[in-house]
Design a protein around this ligand. Structure first.
Ligand SMILES: Cc1cc2nc3c(=O)[nH]c(=O)nc-3n(C[C@H](O)[C@H](O)[C@H](O)COP(=O)(O)O)c2cc1C
Length: 408
């Protein structure tokens, strides 16, 4: 427990740093996000529980990482406007708090496909976490275990699935890039199912050729020799990920085929024996096609604004998908969630649960497992706080009447 005074001192130390050091001066795009400060290099080390908000972790991560690795984490495409809007759009939705409701007992739990979630938040797939911390996905899995968070493992994870499962001590969802070689797709699905993954999420928003300028700009500012980790062609790093180990990937030319259609979705549906989600849906029309193909869940996502510059935040997309799904299957959402109030708003607009990407990677970068745990603590605490304030004792009681919207 920290006193207000010690919090203030810590905060002053944190804010005492440069708002625009040489790194930021050279890389204006990397200033994206709510955090606009970086800790001063001489500041005393912080512990994770002294950091006040999710956004503050971004500044700490930026200060710790080499430019190219932070660039990989931060980047959107083109002008990074969709990354910004994903979060900013939440500030255009207001909450209508109700007072005369008994909120002495709060319940953030929800049953999804028969399993009980302690809170409606999960760690979404983020590839190559070893670029941010040596313990990578294993540290995230330990944090997910201690905070009872659901976790989706990236197909490009730097840790082997069995190690992650051992650390999580429970099943994790596996994210899938289809690849343009069906044999590889099949092998990955079978591998994940054999390992005990109860759900597979096919990412459908990643046709080749994104314009990650912020990443490329950051790489130009990084003078390290990177060939120790980055060797070979453009997919080499991915195809060397543990999930692909021992699988013949010599025929793969694209990780996410440009030819993905409704028929393709049906084909993958037949292949997947466990729960099948599609990740990256942003329209009601595509939600209907996915439903027709027989998916078990839809994830409203624009990959954290990393694929195309639509200028449509995911929260803006959510209502049309919720309408198309009409309660038949769970609808998840990710992108720009940084506050408990963001989670509340997504739930009120019909999301079953929300995913986070960059926030837990910031926590991991800054402190390893305790940083990820603190991200979970903050979001859960903030969600509980707004539930109490808004007069919603459980998730079922959160609905559109608690919002004024849309003002997109
Ligand atoms: C560095 C990074 C790597 C990612 N890697 C993957 C991935 O391998 N597969 C995938 O489906 N999504 C990936 N995503 C997208 C996340 O799963 C998620 O959709 C997104 O980060 C949510 O937005 P947020 O970062 O604003 O929370 C990645 C995101 C980031 C930031």
């Amino acid at each position: 427990m920290h006193t207000n005074d010690s919090h203030s001192r810590t905060r002053r130390r944190l804010l005492g740093g440069l708002a625009g050091g040489p790194l930021l001066a050279g890389l204006p795009r990397l200033g994206l996000g709510a955090a606009s400060v970086v800790p001063s290099p001489e500041a005393a080390p912080l512990t994770a529980d002294q950091v006040l908000s999710v956004a503050d972790f971004e500044a700490l991560a930026r200060a710790k990482l080499p430019p190219a690795h932070f660039g990989y984490l931060a980047t959107g495409v083109d002008d990074d406007r969709t990354v910004f809007l994903n979060h900013d759009a939440y500030s255009r939705i207001e909450i209508r708090s109700r007072r005369f409701v008994d909120v002495s007992r709060l319940d953030t739990g929800r049953s999804i496909w028969g399993s009980q979630w302690k809170q409606p938040i999960y760690f979404s797939a983020v590839s190559g976490l070893r670029a941010f911390h040596p313990e990578a996905e294993v540290a995230v899995a330990r944090a997910a275990a201690s905070r009872e968070f659901q976790m989706m493992l990236s197909a490009g994870a730097s840790s082997p699935l069995p190690d992650v499962l051992a650390a999580r001590k429970a099943p994790v969802w596996q994210q899938l890039y289809a690849t343009d070689d069906w044999n590889v797709t099949e092998a990955i699905v079978h591998r994940a199912e054999r390992a005990g993954c109860p759900a597979i999420a096919l990412t459908v928003d990643s046709p080749p050729g994104r314009n990650s300028e912020t990443l490329r700009r950051a790489m130009q500012h990084d003078d390290r020799v990177c060939t120790q980790c980055h060797v070979g062609g453009k997919h080499d790093m991915w195809l060397r990920a543990p999930l692909f180990a021992g699988i013949d990937v010599s025929h793969v030319t694209e990780l996410a085929p440009a030819s993905m259609s409704g028929n393709y979705l049906e084909r993958v549906r037949k292949l997947v024996a466990v729960k099948f989600l599609v990740k990256g849906v942003v329209t009601g029309e595509d939600a209907a096609i996915a439903m027709h193909a027989g998916v078990d869940g839809i994830i409203v996502s624009n990959h954290g604004g990393r694929q195309e510059e639509t200028l449509r935040s995911t929260i803006e997309c959510l209502p049309e998908i919720v309408a198309a799904v009409d309660g038949r299957i769970p609808v998840f959402i990710d992108g720009g969630i940084r506050r408990g109030t963001d989670i509340f708003k997504a739930l009120a607009l019909g999301a079953t649960a929300v995913g986070i990407g960059r926030p837990y990677a910031w926590g991991l970068t800054a402190f390893g497992q305790p940083g990820v745990e603190e991200i979970a603590n903050i979001l859960t605490r903030e969600l509980r706080s707004i539930m109490r304030q808004a007069g919603t004792p459980d998730l079922a009681s959160i609905n559109k009447d608690h919002l004024t919207w849309p003002r997109f």
